[in-house]
Each structure stands twice: as structure tokens, then as C-alpha cells.
Write a protein that binds this ligand. Structure first.
Ligand code: L5W
Ligand code: ZN
Length: 720
């Protein structure tokens, strides 16, 4: 840096009041900094200027100055990067360095810096933040929170690259920008929604996770021009990991009980407390979160409460007043005019059992979506749920008409009133959710997926309300054929049981009826969902794939995520395979993804890893291993009494051909780190068995067992 004696003219270049003396131009000593001074710094070094020793003049005579490498302070104040000061105060000071000519110069003095750094919301950025900001083409405005994390940046912030997927491109852009927000590897940003507005701007919203915990209130939205991809702003609040606790010290139930007791003498909590970070007015906290319901003088309340996981203090309460259900049920009085006469609305009740059921069961479905997916009503924005009962005469149907649900009373033989069946209500309300999300066209494969989503969520709502049982997998068993016990309208565990539905993709219906088979090909996806939830093989042995059970909760999360993020209006079954696999990977990792692929392969949908699915690839091919079991109860391991290892995920197939008349069974084991765990079995009452198992990398071995009989066998094995 050079210190030179310069004449500062009061009119031309003097930006600082200190160089005025009664309006007369005076001679002032000022240090001059140029680009060469910054270029002379060592790697990572910052030029530090103490302005209490006098003002500094920055001149562009040697070219543009990298202001991210120059800091100024006045005496004991914290240093501030000049880049940061210019971004936030340059416009007010009349200093615009971008594109300025070589004769451009400006001065900073201690008073200016003191005023700038003490102004509210102007926490100084750390070096890595400023560096990342400095990489952006043009920053017009930055607002930061008290901790110095930006919550509003506008300007020309670069371009979204990466082709068609705007969420992925925005995510990539944010990954580059992570240092601006002081985010590191502990943070994950999940794209939750995007939309393009009438001005052609696309807004992509992200939710923050920190140490794999949700950050309530941690959100960023990237705003870009949809056509050019130019990022124009990024807004929201995120929480850096710095200095936040990692683990709770308080018991979740006790912590929630203590805060709920302060709200009301009587309360009920929905679901188990969840560990989260929550953004509060006094900064982020690690907290136990729970939904608590109680009543006070204003009526029923539903709050999300947050108890500090270390101190127990109630650090936040998010009233869900706008989340309180809003339902209206109308009576068509056996006519077809909609919506009919209002029969019951929120907070009320009616003697009409069918109208009351429509009210109650739409409430259960609403609560399911809110508690399982955080979704507030079918539009995810608290829309009122309208239903009409007693529609038409002897009407054996129910539907969502794009705006409301409509229920017939049935004819007493095929069906009793549809509104009294939770499956039907959940099915219809899910049509509304689908309309607002993937908008699956109600025809052919996309229509079958639309129907399947409704049946699948009906099963999940049934399980939410009643627990999982064989009834979970029956659709509309409550209203269907009231005179006949134990039957149902559809059977998700074995779709062809209704005499109409299909359960195997290569055999799907391709005619014109039923909008291209929407209610009958849905069986294919219904069965995939059932197998993913409960595990097992195709009920009619159309394939040999053994699907591992994930449980209905995880399976439902996967399908919901696919519906809301990855399916589009003309999706096919293969698209559903990809969408659910993607959702599974993101939610639960490789084993769940393999289970999803196995489920689609089991129902014959093509497009799996290693080309499996589609009815091909399940034939036995591979290496034959021979053996002999000399009596019932004997067993042998293959290959060759030993085991094998794979480094890849994929299909393991084994086909056993035993001696005629014998009953041999086949098992597959995987080493779980300390023992051999049985992962698949085929125990038919015959000499032949086959298994296809989708597995991750690891050690495997096959076991052949004689249940009865003796003799030579061949087992043909294939591994990824
Ligand atoms: C009612 C229960 C399910 C409606 N709608 C349906 O799309 C339903 C048939 C009868 O699949
Ligand atoms: Zn339907």
C-alpha cells in the first residue's frame, strides 16, 4: 500500500464530511489503495486498514479492486469487509464500483464505517461469506439477520444451469452459495415446491435440515427468471450449525407434558414428540416438537409446541388456528343439484347420520394428511372441504367433481351410503390432493395411478385410524354389499379377487372401457404398494421377486413424496417406479430404494435396475450348482457349501429344481454384520422353488432344505 499526499477537492471527490472545513477545500493526508496493493497480498491474506489513522481513498487506476480482500475498521470496532459495506451502503454513499472507469475513486473514513457497522441488521460477514458474495455478478441489496446470515439478497445472482429440472438447478446454485449462508455439510436443503408466476418468474422453495433434523422456520426460496434462468433474489432464513447443541438432555414426553400443562389443565398430544431445531425470536434452539390439542375460552385449539430440549422452556408455540379443519357438508335430498342445503359445518353437528359421517371422516382424512405429511387440506393451504350427501336416488357411487366430494346412498344391495365408509372418503379426498399435485390425467396409465393413489392413501388413512390389519388392504369393505360379510370393493393384497382388477403389468387392460382401465389397472400399483408395506411375493406367483417389507408408514411417505414431487400429469407405471425410487432414496436410502424396485418388479413393471421387471428377466439363468439331500430335514448351503459377496445392489436369483415327488425349499441369507439373516424364502409344497431378491452389497448364501423326500437337485444362481 502506498501512502501519498493528495489534494482532496471538496467538490469533486470528497465523500466525507471530515475533509470539509467550512466548505473550503483543504489539503488532507489520505492513504490510497489500488488493485496492485491487493494483488500483492499473499494467499488468503486480507488488507486491514485502521481508519482511526485517517481516511483511505480507493482508486481504480490499476483496475478493479477485489474488495472482498480489504477490511476496514475504526479503532476498536470490529473490522468490516469493504465488499460488504459497498453491497449494503454503496448505493446510499453514491459509490458504484461495478463497471466504473479507471479514474473512479472514493474515500472511506472512520465515521462512515462506524455508522455503517452499528446500523441495525448489519452484522459483519465473515470472510468466506463475503468471498462467495463477491463471486456473484452483481449484488444490489443484502439484508442479514442479527447473526450475520443473509435473509434477503437481490441483484444479478448468476444463472441456474443444469437443464430442465429447476429444483435441481436451484439446489446446485444454492450449494455454490452455501458459504454465503454459512452452511456446511451438516445442512441439507430439500426442495419442497416451486411455481412459475404470471410474470414468468420461478420460485423454488427449500426446507433446511441440520444434522438430519428438520429446522422449523429454516427456509430459503430462490427466485429466478424462468426463461433465462437468471437468479434475481434469494430470500428466507437458515440456521448455521455453529454453536448449536446436537443432543437433547430432556426426556421428550416429560418436556412436552411440562409445556402443555401450562396451556391447559386438559390436553391431548398427537403423535410422539419429534426432535427439531426451531427458529425463535431469540435464535435457533434444539427442541422437542409436538402437536397439542386442548380447549380454551375461544374454543378448540391445536398448537405445535416446542420445548427446549435442554432447558425445557417453551421456546415457541405455533397456533394452528388456520389449520383447524374447515368442513361443510350439504344435503342434496336425493336430487342432483350441488351443493344442496347446508347440513353441518365446522364446530357443529347433525342428527343426519350420513351427513355427520361425511363430516367426521373427512376430518379424519384431513388430520391424517396434516399429521403424516404436514399437509393442510387438499390444496395444502387450508381449503374448506365441501361434501354433499344423499346425492340422487339409489346412487351406487361417490366422486370428487374437481371442487367438492359427492356421495350416493347406494341401493342397499351393492352398497350402503358411501359417506359412512372411511376408505371412500379418504379415496375421494385424495383425488383432490392429486388434482393439486401431480394432476394425473384420468385415463390409461396415469388414470390408473390416480386411482391407485386414492386407494393407497385410503389404506394409509385406514391404518392411521384403526391400525394395520387384513382390513387395511380391503377397499370400501364398510359400505360394499352390506348383506355380504368379509367382502370388499377392491383387494389390494390380491387385486384379481374382485373378478375385474389386474395385478400384473404385462397383462394390463388396454381397452377403452373405464377410461382405459383406471379402476382395474390400479390393482397393479395397489399390489406394489401392498408388497412394499407388508413384504412378500406376487399373490398369483406371476413373478418370483421377494419384496422386503418397509411398513405402511414408510411406503406411504414414499408414495406421497412421489405424488407431490416427481409424478407428472401423464405419468406411466414406469414413471411411478422411477418417482417412488427417487423418493425412497431421498427419504430412507439404498435399501428402501431396492425394496421399491422389487415391488415394481414383482408386479411386472419394466425399467428396473439391471433391466429387471416387465415380465422378462425373472426366468432362471445363471450358474448351476448341484447337490444331494439324503433325507427330509437335511440341508445344504450353496454355492459349494459356502457364500459369496457382491459389491453392488441388484437382483439375486435362485431357482431350485429338486427330485420329482420331493418337497424341497429354498432360502436366501444375508450377513448382517454378526449373523446370517434370512432375507427371502420360497416354501412351496413342491420340488421346485424360485426367488428373486433385490439386495444391497454384502455377503449372501443360499440354503436348500428337504421338507420331505431325498435326491439330487440343481440350484441355478445369479447375483449382481
Ligand atoms: C366409490 C369408492 C371408490 C368411489 N372412485 C372410486 O373413483 C370409488 C368407486 C365407488 O373408485
Ligand atoms: Zn376414484
Amino acid at each position: 500500500m502506498s501512502a501519498r499526499r493528495v489534494i482532496v477537492s471538496a467538490v469533486s471527490a470528497c465523500l466525507l464530511s471530515a475533509c470539509h472545513e467550512g466548505g473550503i477545500a483543504v489539503e488532507t493526508e489520505s492513504r490510497i489503495v489500488t488493485a496492485d496493493d491487493v494483488a500483492a497480498l499473499g494467499p488468503g491474506e486480507v488488507l486491514e486498514l485502521d481508519l482511526s489513522e485517517g481516511a483511505v481513498r480507493f482508486a481504480l487506476t490499476d483496475g478493479p479492486i477485489d474488495f472482498t480482500r480489504v477490511s476496514v475498521r475504526s479503532g476498536d470496532e470490529r473490522p468490516a469487509l469493504v465488499q460488504d459495506l459497498l453491497v449494503r451502503h454503496g448505493a446510499r454513499w453514491g459509490v458504484q464500483t461495478a463497471g466504473a472507469a479507471a479514474d473512479f475513486a472514493f474515500e472511506l473514513d472512520g465515521e462512515m464505517v462506524k455508522a455503517a457497522t452499528s446500523a441495525g441488521g448489519t452484522a459483519t460477514f465473515v470472510w468466506s461469506q463475503s468471498q462467495a458474495l463477491g463471486r456473484l455478478p452483481r449484488v444490489d441489496r443484502v439484508q442479514a439477520d442479527e447473526a450475520g446470515v443473509p435473509r434477503f439478497i437481490a441483484g444479478d445472482l448468476g444463472t441456474l444451469t443444469g437443464g430442465g429440472n429447476v429444483r435441481e438447478s436451484a439446489r446446485g446454485w444454492l450449494a455454490d452459495m452455501a458459504p454465503v449462508f454459512r452452511l456446511g455439510d451438516e445442512t441439507d436443503l430439500e426442495a419442497v415446491r416451486h411455481h412459475t408466476d404470471s410474470l414468468g418468474k420461478v420460485h423454488v422453495r427449500f426446507r433446511q435440515y441440520l444434522h438430519d433434523l428438520p429446522v422449523v422456520g429454516g427456509e430459503l426460496t430462490v427466485h429466478a427468471d424462468a426463461a433465462s434462468g437468471q437468479v434475481q433474489a434469494v430470500t428466507g432464513r437458515v440456521v448455521p450449525a455453529e454453536a448449536l447443541p446436537l443432543a437433547p438432555t430432556l426426556d421428550p414426553d416429560e418436556a412436552i407434558e411440562a409445556v402443555a400443562d401450562r396451556l391447559a389443565a386438559e390436553w391431548a398430544s398427537v403423535d410422539a414428540p419429534e426432535l427439531v431445531y426451531v427458529v425463535t425470536e431469540s435464535g435457533p434452539r434444539l427442541a422437542w416438537q409436538a402437536v397439542v390439542e386442548y380447549e380454551d375460552e375461544e374454543g378448540p385449539q391445536r398448537d405445535i409446541v416446542f420445548a427446549d430440549a435442554l432447558s425445557g422452556e417453551m421456546v415457541a408455540r405455533h397456533p394452528q388456528i388456520h389449520h383447524v379443519k374447515n368442513r361443510k357438508v350439504y344435503d342434496a335430498n336425493n336430487g342432483t343439484k350441488l351443493p344442496g342445503k347446508l347440513a353441518v359445518s365446522e364446530g357443529g353437528a347433525t342428527d343426519d347420520k350420513v351427513a355427520q359421517a361425511a363430516h367426521d371422516l373427512s376430518g379424519v382424512t384431513h388430520d391424517f394428511y396434516l399429521s403424516k405429511f404436514g399437509r393442510d387440506s387438499f390444496d395444502a393451504a387450508g381449503a374448506t372441504i365441501h361434501s354433499t350427501v344423499h346425492y340422487s336416488k339409489n346412487y351406487v357411487n361417490a366422486f370428487w367433481n374437481g371442487q367438492q366430494m359427492v356421495y350416493g346412498d347406494g341401493d342397499g344391495y351393492y352398497a350402503s351410503p358411501f359417506a359412512q365408509d372411511l376408505d371412500v372418503v379418504a379415496h375421494e379426498l385424495t383425488h383432490a390432493v392429486t388434482q393439486y399435485e401431480a394432476s394425473l390425467v384420468y385415463q390409461n396409465q396415469s388414470g390408473a395411478l390416480n386411482e391407485a393413489m386414492s386407494d393407497i392413501m385410503a389404506a394409509a388413512v385406514d391404518a392411521y385410524q384403526n391400525g394395520v390389519s387384513t382390513k387395511t388392504w380391503l377397499l370400501a369393505e364398510t359400505c360394499w354389499t352390506p348383506g355380504k360379510a368379509n367382502d370388499a370393493m377392491r383387494y389390494m393384497a390380491n387385486p384379481t379377487q374382485d373378478g375385474q382388477s389386474y395385478d400384473y403389468y404385462p397383462e394390463r387392460y388396454t381397452g377403452q372401457q373405464d377410461n382405459g382401465g383406471v379402476h382395474i389397472n390400479s390393482g397393479i400399483a395397489n399390489l406394489a404398494f401392498y408388497l412394499l408395506s407388508q413384504g412378500g411375493k406376487h399373490p398369483r406367483n406371476k413373478t418370483t421377486t421377494v419384496v422386503p417389507a418397509l411398513g405402511i408408514d414408510k411406503a406411504a411417505q414414499i408414495f406421497y413424496r412421489a405424488l407431490t414431487n416427481y409424478l407428472n400429469s401423464n405419468a406411466t407405471f414406469q414413471d411411478a417406479r422411477d418417482a417412488t425410487a427417487q423418493a425412497a432414496t431421498e427419504l430412507y436410502g439404498a435399501e428402501a430404494t431396492a425394496a421399491v424396485h422389487a415391488a415394481w418388479t414383482a408386479v411386472g413393471v419394466p425399467g428396473g435396475p439391471d433391466g429387471d421387471g416387465g415380465g422378462d428377466g425373472e426366468t432362471c439363468s445363471g450358474t448351476p450348482f448341484k447337490g444331494n439331500l439324503s433325507a427330509s430335514g437335511e440341508d445344504q448351503f450353496q454355492p459349494g457349501g459356502s457364500y459369496y459377496s457382491t459389491s453392488k445392489s441388484g437382483a439375486h436369483t435362485g431357482c431350485l429344481a429338486g427330485p420329482a415327488g420331493a418337497d424341497f425349499d429354498l432360502y436366501l441369507y444375508k450377513w448382517n454384520g454378526s449373523a446370517w439373516a434370512k432375507v427371502a424364502k420360497s416354501e412351496g409344497p413342491t420340488n421346485n422353488e424360485s426367488i428373486t431378491y433385490q439386495g444391497t452389497a454384502g455377503y449372501y448364501t443360499w440354503q436348500v432344505v428337504s421338507a420331505s423326500g431325498a435326491g439330487d437337485y440343481t440350484v441355478t444362481l445369479k447375483a449382481p
